[in-house]
Design a protein around this ligand. Structure first.
Ligand code: AMP
Length: 661
């Protein structure tokens, strides 16, 4: 190309398809294919001054051929304030993180302006008479902070087929079904096509950060248990499915280019199989066959990884038989899985013997590292509700580090953990300012503050404004600020608002539990005239899957019959039928929650509970029975008073279809 290079062979020119990291559309920055970065060996800078006219000539030619956003960087060394990147691709990702976090406020300001400009003619924004304003002050003074219920009518119209620009100028491409529920059904989060790029962008930052802490991940594979869930269509014909199902089914995931740092043992066919047994079986089989290549083991949430371990406990013998014979179990009927497994599965007597030997042992302590000895870390979210699984995961993994890499939701993806090897209790997520416009309501306050204005040590509720049309929407997560990376704050996930019980993706709040107990009590009263005097609950994760436990103290008057075991088991099922659809889906389709249990405690137990609370400083006047307990001495007290235990005898009713309002 260049006459200068011919003249001066010692000047190095690198032309790469790369991108800008200062860009009007931050989310596109890592994806633009037709921008150029010009890297000049810095030792010969003085020479380049001499060559400037040629340089200008060169750039002007290319500028015509490519886009206007050509950049020139005079630094070829791979360096980043976060640490030395593993390769040039990682260096770009880390520079992007630096650029976004250094300019967090400007990125946020521009991003909001872009959303408001783009969606100015939507029905929702017109309602608030912004008069073309795109600044933060006007936006905040005119638009209310809202919840899902406030937006329900608009969402229903879109779901029913109204294609006019109600929330977003860009067409709503699908609904992402949140694990948060409204009136017992999953919330429907509108999304637009380009949001997939934004989500993909956040994913593309995870391995570059991980590579800073764990070297050599390109020398092996990840054993990840990933699943699609059932999806439906809204009455207007839009798909409604969980965000990860949408992502795994997209070309972004299915046709992802080969990346040595992101090779999975699970073939796409196994991940995309809608039958959860067949999907898990084939993913586990592939993980076993390739066991020595596995460098990391993961699932999205801790509960998912434990489910995989439980699956191995139940099915290792069948898996070993398949490995021995080189033929796939007849229960795996999915043709695409059978096809792809025929290439992977070859008879291996030695491996089959090894698996039998390890799995038939009583002691499963450290089973993960015994079967996959090269595993360097577990890649699972163990923050928030998932923290209850840390001890069990430590047991099965022999104390491997647990990396919580990202923080995301159906509404939008928020950010990533820049120190993924930190202890679970110290995990902080850095919110990426290019993902959405973020505001924070201080706990106990009402005035939302900007991303860069949050204060270390304070707790906030997260509010988002997204490209897809959610405006000042309360996500329901409570976060505590732990520090800053450049000007972007880092947050510890404290809790989700109003969640009492959670085992997997299910979230049950106090009123849902109350309703369930009321419905079961009616049955109890009708069948044997007995009332529930008091109750509390507990998420028991000592078994896999975990299950809900309800402690009931009954009011059995003199002369009244004690309720029979049969009645109490039916009360369990009645309660399950009353819980929201995510709970019932976990029970029925995912098998990720076990049968609900009622433990009847003897009379006077709840009075003892109150005495205990008062002895620990609770005020006698303000004492209320906790509707959920997790403090070990209290659980032990309750358990020591149990007179009988009863489990739900059947699965509750669940179908993928949503109940119409
Ligand atoms: P969903 O609405 O089903 O997409 O679930 C999103 C919610 O899951 C978030 O709003 C959080 O409450 C929770 N969540 C997601 N990522 C994390 C994380 N890394 N740590 C703790 N909780 C998380």
């Amino acid at each position: 190309y260049c006459p200068i290079s011919r003249l001066f062979g010692h000047v190095t020119w690198h032309f790469q398809t790369t991108s800008l990291y200062i860009n009007r559309h931050p989310h596109q920055a890592l994806q633009s294919q037709n921008t150029f970065q010009l890297v000049i060996n810095t030792n010969f800078l003085s020479l380049t001054q001499l060559l400037c006219p040629c340089l200008v000539f060169f750039l002007s030619i290319n500028q015509r051929e490519t886009r206007k956003d050509i950049t020139m960087a005079v630094d070829s060394s791979l360096s980043s304030p976060l640490g030395p990147p593993a390769c040039e691709k990682d260096a770009k990702a880390l520079r992007f993180i630096e650029e976004m976090t250094r300019n967090a406020d400007t990125v946020q300001e521009n991003l909001l302006a872009e959303i408001l400009r783009r969606n100015a003619e939507t029905e929702y924004l017109r309602r608030f008479n912004l008069g073309g304003a795109t600044d933060r002050d006007t936006f905040k003074s005119k638009l209310p902070i809202i919840t899902y219920e406030d937006l329900q009518p608009e969402i229903q119209r879109i779901a029913d087929g109204d294609r006019s620009p109600i929330l977003s100028a860009h067409p709503i491409s699908e609904f992402l079904t949140s694990s948060g529920t409204s009136a017992g059904e999953r919330k429907l989060m509108p999304t637009i096509q380009e949001e997939l790029d934004r989500r993909q962008l956040l994913y593309s930052l995870l391995m570059p950060v991980m590579n800073l802490y764990v070297p050599g991940l390109d020398k092996g594979k990840g054993l990840y248990f990933l699943f699609v869930k059932s999806e439906t269509k809204t009455p207007g014909g839009l798909p409604a499915r969980p965000v990860l199902t949408s992502y795994y089914k997209s070309d972004k995931f299915r046709s992802r280019p080969y990346d040595p740092y992101n090779v999975y043992t699970s073939p796409n066919e196994a991940i995309l199989c809608p039958d959860s047994f067949q999907s898990m079986y084939s993913q586990m089989l592939c993980g076993l066959l390739d066991r020595l290549s596995v460098l990391r083991v993961g699932a999205v949430f801790a509960s998912g990884l434990l489910r995989a371990i439980r699956f191995l406990q139940l099915h290792w013998s069948r898996l070993a038989n398949d490995i021995e014979s080189g033929s796939l179990d007849s229960e795996i009927t999915d043709p695409s899985i059978r096809q792809c497994m025929s290439d992977i599965l070859k008879p291996d007597q030695h491996l089959a013997e090894f698996i039998r030997q390890e799995c038939q042992m009583e002691n499963w302590d450290g089973i993960i590292t015994r079967i996959w000895p090269n595993t360097k870390y577990l890649d699972v979210i163990v923050t928030g509700a998932m923290a209850q699984y840390i001890p069990t995961l430590e047991y099965y993994s022999g104390g491997l580090p647990m990396a919580c890499t990202m923080y995301a939701s159906s509404e939008c993806y928020f950010g990533l953990n820049l120190n993924p090897m930190s202890k679970p209790s110290e995990v902080s997520y850095t919110i990426m300012p290019n993902m959405a416009y973020f505001e924070f309501i201080p706990l106990g306050g009402s005035k939302a503050v900007e991303l860069v204005d949050v204060k270390i040590g304070k707790e906030y509720e997260l509010v988002v404004t997204t490209y897809a049309g959610l405006c000042r929407y309360r996500v329901g997560d409570i976060l505590r600020v732990t520090g800053f990376h450049n000007s972007a704050p880092q947050f510890h996930f404290v809790r989700r608002k109003n969640v009492l019980l959670s085992i997997d993706s299910d979230k049950t709040d106090e009123s849902e539990l109350q309703k369930a107990v009321e419905n079961a009590s009616k049955l109890l009263l009708k069948e044997c005239g007995t009332r529930v005097a008091e109750y509390t609950s507990y998420a028991d994760t000592s078994t896999i899957p975990g299950h809900y436990v309800l402690y009931w103290e009954l009011l059995v008057r003199e002369g009244e019959r004690q309720p029979s075991h049969d009645t109490l088991t039916r009360c369990c099922l009645e309660m399950e039928e009353s819980l929201n659809s995510v709970y019932r889906q976990c029970r029925v389709a995912d098998n990720s929650v076990g049968p609900l249990e009622i433990r009847v405690v003897r009379n006077g137990t709840f009075e003892e509970l109150m005495d205990y609370a008062i002895s620990r400083g609770a005020s006698i006047n303000q004492y209320k029975v906790p509707r959920c307990v997790n403090f070990t001495p209290i659980v032990e007290l309750l358990d020591s008073r149990v007179v009988s235990a009863h489990f739900s005898p059947a699965l509750p009713h669940w179908t993928p279809e949503r109940r119409r309002r």
